[in-house]
Ligand binder design. Structure first.
Ligand code: MTE
Ligand code: MO
Length: 317
């Protein structure tokens, strides 16, 4: 096939804006020479637009952080946690290149009226793609500011229609030994899983994430689809998701199993609840030297604190 569909293009093939423009030129020429005749006009258009950048991404004005400086894409791509590829920050950038992100499906199942296996290409079209700049806080006390691309998970949840007894939503990452060298270690009880209460999953801030910095997600950052929940520690955002399961009981998550006294189910960013081995009162922004104070709910208290009214957040950490 001469022209691949937009999402057939691997993030590893994504190069620079310059290469993207060259490709655009080439496609224009090919089109004028009749090389891609027979394709519907929009197909060629889509391919043009998505050579390296995601097409049709609109900044969501509600979720921008004009007072914060974006981290560099290079910082985002080179300092990663993705234990399936190793436990060092530089392991995922080095080893995730081998991850095959097409074809890819996400099975949405459990306590829903309309279970469905979504093809990744359909997930790109399920709702308009938005760019949202969120603060991102890792439990290890570093942070960054990232322009993510995706849409509220609620758009997907509304399609599958949870039943009355669906109280939690669980996210499961791919666990493929052939592609993921980190699976040889038993730091995590694979597959990596995470979960949210249904109301947290339905909150508009909860982002089904397909890209960042205007491009499809780099493999090391969880391609082709991951979660981002900006008021929680970064580990709640499972990467490279293959299953989303609606369940009645609170799931035991990978990190709760790995360190029950260190990682609770909620994992809300909370400067008043220290990790047993370090303070959560401050954080280092990647690219900065000093420390900044960590904000309650990572600065999203106004939006999310009502989800936890009446709860003792020291107990439910
Ligand atoms: N499957 C999977 N998802 C994961 C992790 C992981 O090891 N495996 N690490 C988590 C942690 S601890 C963080 S801080 C973020 C890091 O995301 P980033 O590398 O894109 O910044 O991914 C989270 N999601
Ligand atoms: Mo993390």
């Amino acid at each position: 096939m001469l022209i691949r569909r937009p999402t057939d293009i691997l993030p590893s093939e994504i190069t620079s804006e310059h290469a993207y423009l060259q490709r655009r030129e080439w496609l224009k020429q090919a089109a004028s020479m009749g090389l891609i005749a027979g394709l519907p006009a929009f197909a060629a258009g889509d391919a043009l637009a998505q050579g390296s950048r995601l097409a049709g991404v609109k900044p969501n004005p509600a979720w921008q952080l004009p007072d914060e400086k974006l981290n560099k894409a290079e910082e985002f791509k080179s300092y990663c946690n993705f234990y399936e590829f190793g436990t060092d920050k530089t392991d995922p950038p080095a080893y995730a290149k081998s991850l095959k992100t097409r074809p890819w499906t996400v099975a949405v199942e459990g306590e829903v009226l309309k279970p469905k296996v979504f093809d990744i290409d359909d997930l790109f079209k399920l709702a308009p793609l938005e760019e949202r700049v969120y603060r991102f806080r890792c439990v290890e006390a570093w942070s960054m500011v990232v322009p993510w691309v995706g849409y509220s998970l609620s758009a997907l949840i509304n399609q599958v229609q949870p039943k009355g007894n669906a109280k939690y939503v669980e996210f499961v990452t791919l666990a493929d030994k052939a592609q993921m060298p980190g699976l040889r270690s038993s730091v995590i009880d694979w597959p990596y899983n995470e979960a949210l209460r249904l109301d947290e999953a339905m909150h508009p801030l909860t982002l089904l994430t397909l890209g960042a910095y205007g491009e499809m997600l780099p493999n090391q950052n969880g391609a082709p689809v991951r979660m981002v929940i900006p008021w929680k520690y970064g580990f709640k955002g499972a990467k490279s998701i293959v299953k989303i399961r609606f369940v009645e009981k609170e799931p035991r998550t990978a990190w709760m199993k790995a360190g029950p006294s260190e990682y609770g189910f909620f994992s809300n960013v909370n400067p008043t609840v220290d990790h047993p081995r370090w303070s959560q009162g401050s954080e280092r922004r990647l690219g900065e030297f000093g420390k900044r104070k960590t904000l309650m709910f990572n600065g999203y208290g106004e939006q999310v604190s009502s989800l936890y009214s009446g709860m003792d957040l020291k107990k439910f950490f």
